[in-house]
Design a protein around this ligand. Structure first.
Ligand code: I3P
Length: 128
């Protein structure tokens, strides 16, 4: 049985600090506003927390702090992008509902790990 099918807490896959900006909501373009975000990949969702300074890897747990927003990865699309930002190491995440986010890290290995891990989750959901 998968971690979620027995009703237990979904598995924490990854957590860390990334720069984030939302660039579209329901397909409508938004003005960019980059800010650091504590990002947690848990189960089928990417969850964003504000105020990363006050976050620890355990503080995402239900009741400990309130997420700013979360993204359902089912049907989502992930792609590296050079043209949507002047920053390096940027990828775009697009949800089925037409919300688009850019995620970025100055550290090559960090952003590569995030890309690969999110990609695996999306691929797994595509095969279900
Ligand atoms: C934006 C801000 C962003 C920049 C964006 C600017 O200006 O400088 O950091 O995106 O570029 O428009 P403002 O703060 O006035 O909204 P990048 O850092 O990702 O390049 P863009 O308009 O070319 O997307």
């Amino acid at each position: 049985t998968s971690p979620e099918s027995d009703g237990s807490t979904p598995e924490l896959e990854k957590a860390g600090l990334l720069n984030k900006t939302k660039i579209a909501e329901g397909g409508r373009k938004l003005r960019k506003n980059w800010s650091p975000s504590w990002v947690v990949l848990v189960g089928n969702s990417l969850v964003f927390f504000k105020d990363p300074k006050s976050q620890t890897p355990s503080s995402w747990k239900p009741g400990n702090s309130c997420p700013e927003s979360s993204v359902d990865l089912r049907g989502a699309q992930l792609q590296w992008t050079n043209d949507l930002s002047s920053k390096k190491n940027v990828f775009k995440l697009r949800t089925v509902t037409g919300n688009e986010f850019l995620l970025q890290s100055e550290t090559d290995s960090v952003i590569r790990e995030w890309f690969n891990t999110i990609h695996k989750v999306i691929d797994k959901l595509d095969r279900e």
